[in-house]
Design a protein around this ligand. Sequence first.
Ligand SMILES: Nc1ncnc2c1ncn2[C@@H]1O[C@H](COP(=O)(O)OP(=O)(O)OP(=O)(O)O)[C@@H](O)[C@H]1O
Length: 221
Amino acid sequence: MSLITVKNLTLAYGDKNIVDDLSFSLAPGDFLVVIGDNGVGKTTLVRSLLGQLKPKKGVIEMPDKLKIGYVPQFRNLDEEYPLSIKDFVALNAGKSLRPWLNQKERQQLHHILELTDLTRIQDRLLGQASGGEKQRAYLAQALLGNPRLLILDESTASLDNEMKYELLDLVAKLQKQGLSVIFITHDWDLARSYGTRYLKMMPDSYQTGSIEEFRQGVKNV
Ligand SMILES: Nc1ncnc2c1ncn2[C@@H]1O[C@H](COP(=O)(O)OP(=O)(O)OP(=O)(O)O)[C@@H](O)[C@H]1O
């Protein structure tokens, strides 16, 4: 049973097709790595999965109100960015117009800060956190919404090797508990290490399959 089925999807900006006739599916607990050269349409695909870009043709089938967590690529923040790590993560607590958290939300926040190893530094200003800590804060914020699908858009691109593996080990742990993951990356080693399925986007065609097929197909890369 698929969580998401994409059928014959075409996405365009104006008259220009960026994604053309793409089909793939994602099951609960899949870790789908999406790999492809710059400009091939990976982020455009993410925008359509997040509902920000309507298909020109084709369909994206997913459950109504599917909760999706989105972790963007780390961008440097001003050192004076005024929120602490904890307050930044709590922005996704779903408290609508209330400025405070109720007890359940506080417990969830506490749990997520523990999970992402941010408890010790939760009161540090986000702008003064290291790259890896900032990226964990973005992940924590996405997880606080209790998503069934997590989309990581080149979220490891500016991290050093150790931090990349740390972040993805944590994501893989959650994936083994049933979270579905879409991981956009240029990093073939990470794709091979963590993926269970792959989608390779090329300018005029797409390939998708199990990660074993991917490993065989890219042996010589
Ligand atoms: N809002 C927009 N309007 C018009 N064209 C756009 C828009 N956003 C992106 N594009 C173009 O669509 C193409 C695909 O961009 P996209 O960001 O999806 O690629 P990508 O595969 O994610 O690339 P990268 O690996 O560099 O992030 C590019 O040629 C880009 O210039």
